[in-house]
Design a protein around this ligand. Structure first.
Ligand code: 5AD
Ligand code: SF4
Length: 481
């Protein structure tokens, strides 16, 4: 896999999220949300759309003619803010066209770029009406209502920055999931301060949602049709949410509490830090069958010198030991990872240690990046910045290895029988697409009614688009993988 989990600035562009809600105000207005970045942002965009529905805003998939445009930004990539500014330049034309026709359009910038560069946005893009950091979405309805009343529109623009706890407390409950596999944010922020990363600065300190809130939202998602829940957090295995007993619960206990929800068949979580992978969570991979045998566990580098400079808090051998423990608990667990090549000071020998670690562990999927200096992070000021050509060469070599591991893993699936959770129709008539326990996309012939059920498939082929399989028996919805 060459695309990155948090990069795909283009991943969900122009995605039409949220749904029309019955009721609401008589006047239907439209909101267009453009989402950059990770699943966390996709989730936030969906929630913003939901909180705007009672004000009469219906989501649309194109900006033309929309009453309200939200640009939900991601800061992790190089030039992220420049991309946001050029996007805003394009939206400005929509706003002007609208004004020329006697109409009105609001533009809001949200997410991590808003948090990090809010003042700059308000200065450089005077046509932006509102800037909101990631923890302030519950205030959207109030702010939009104020804007609509022209209290703040134009001259009096809005910029907010609120404490993290406020967000989850005040968002209204969601009314069901739209998808078979639903994301549920349980944790936000990060205290790790890897020297290359902006997340601790943009998303702030770690915060975990209380267990009761997570359970209630999960039950609602399942009532809305979700069969799989993916627990999300920047550092999800650092989860320490307040339990019903008042004590902090770890992710393992949260998983055990979610597992009995009737109708839920699968659980996953992402993204984890190796230093927070404790014995109990590892044991959950052995003891909770519906916890899928797949783990995204970024290692970043195989060289201890570089891991230290990255402030990763683990060595290459720590990672190897951890993988051995995971495989002892769940022998078929599939591992995915993130890598950075060309971190400041990385020598050819350091890079070869990364290749060696990849060769030893064997990843079924991976995201790899050239190091890109992020303003404000310690690594951006380090000596020994690596030339672009060297980074490109190392990235290409690493990706050849990772791609070959992924292809080999998919090939060895051919002939196996595995439970596949059917998620959506495929490209061809009569074709459905689902996911294997190891997160592989699997195509098969099945009726539309199979969506949401888990069927046993014998895998017959592996190609660039994923796997293909034929049903061997239908399993009921309650059968877990
Ligand atoms: N340069 C390159 N890659 C980065 N990542 C985070 N910050 C940077 C950076 N400055 C990668 C890491 C992380 C993933 C989400 O993005 O590999 O795990
Ligand atoms: Fe960034 Fe490191 Fe935190 Fe991951 S663990 S979000 S890479 S600081």
């Amino acid at each position: 896999m060459r695309t990155a989990q948090v990069v795909p600035i283009e991943m969900s562009e122009g995605q039409d999220i949220g749904r029309e809600r019955p009721g609401g105000t008589a006047l239907v207005k439209t909101v267009f949300v453009k989402t950059y970045g990770c699943q966390m942002n996709v989730y936030d965009s969906a929630r913003m759309t939901e909180v705007l529905a009672p004000l009469g805003y219906r989501p649309v998939s194109v900006p033309d003619g929309a009453d309200f445009i939200i640009v939900n930004t991601c800061h992790i990539r190089e030039k992220a803010s420049e991309k946001v500014f050029s996007e805003l330049g394009r939206l400005r034309r929509h706003k002007e066209a609208r004004a020329a026709g006697g109409g009105r359009m609001f533009i809001a910038v949200t997410g991590c770029v808003a948090q990090a560069e809010g003042a700059e946005i308000l200065r450089r893009a005077p046509y932006v009406d509102m800037v909101l950091g990631p923890q302030t979405y519950h205030r959207l309805p109030e702010l939009v209502a104020r804007m609509e009343r022209a209290e703040t529109g134009g001259a009096g623009r809005v910029a907010t920055d609120f404490p993290v706890e406020a967000k989850f407390d005040h968002l209204p409950a969601r009314d069901g999931g739209q998808t078979i596999s639903a994301f549920l944010t349980v944790q936000e922020g990060c205290d790790k301060f890897c020297s290359f990363c902006v997340v601790p600065y943009t998303r702030g300190a770690e915060f975990s949602r209380p267990v009761a809130q997570v359970l209630a939202e999960a039950a609602q998602l399942v009532r809305g049709g979700a069969r799989e829940i993916v627990l999300l957090g920047q550092n999800v295995n650092a989860y320490r949410g307040q339990g019903p007993d008042g004590a902090p619960w770890g992710l393992d206990r949260l998983i055990s509490a979610l597992a009995p929800i009737a109708g839920l068949t699968r659980l996953r979580y992402t993204t984890s830090h190796p230093a927070d992978m404790d014995d109990r969570l590892i044991a959950a991979h052995r003891d909770v069958p519906m916890l899928m045998p797949y783990l995204h566990l970024p290692v970043q580098s195989g060289a201890d010198r570089i891991l230290r400079a990255m402030n990763r808090r683990h060595t290459g051998d720590d990672y190897r030991r951890l993988v051995r423990r995971l495989r002892a608990a769940r022998p078929d667990i599939a591992l995915s990872s993130d890598f950075i090549v060309g971190f400041p000071g990385e020598s050819e020998a350091d890079f070869e240690q990364t290749l060696a670690l990849v060769g030893e562990i064997g990843f079924t999927q991976a995201y790899s990046f050239k190091y890109s200096p992020r303003p404000g992070t310690p690594a951006s000021l380090m000596d020994g910045q690596v030339p672009e050509s060297v980074k490109a060469d190392r990235l290409a070599r690493l990706q050849i290895l990772l791609d070959s591991q992924q292809a080999a893993f998919n090939r060895q699936s051919v002939g196996q029988t595995m439970p596949v959770l059917v998620e959506r129709p495929g490209r061809r008539p009569g074709q459905m697409v689902g996911r294997s326990p190891y997160l592989q996309a699997v195509r098969t012939a099945a009726p539309v009614g199979a969506i949401g059920s888990t069927i046993e498939l014998r895998i017959t082929a592996s190609d660039a688009r994923g796997l293909a399989g034929v049903p061997v028996a239908h399993a009921s919805e309650r059968v877990t993988a």
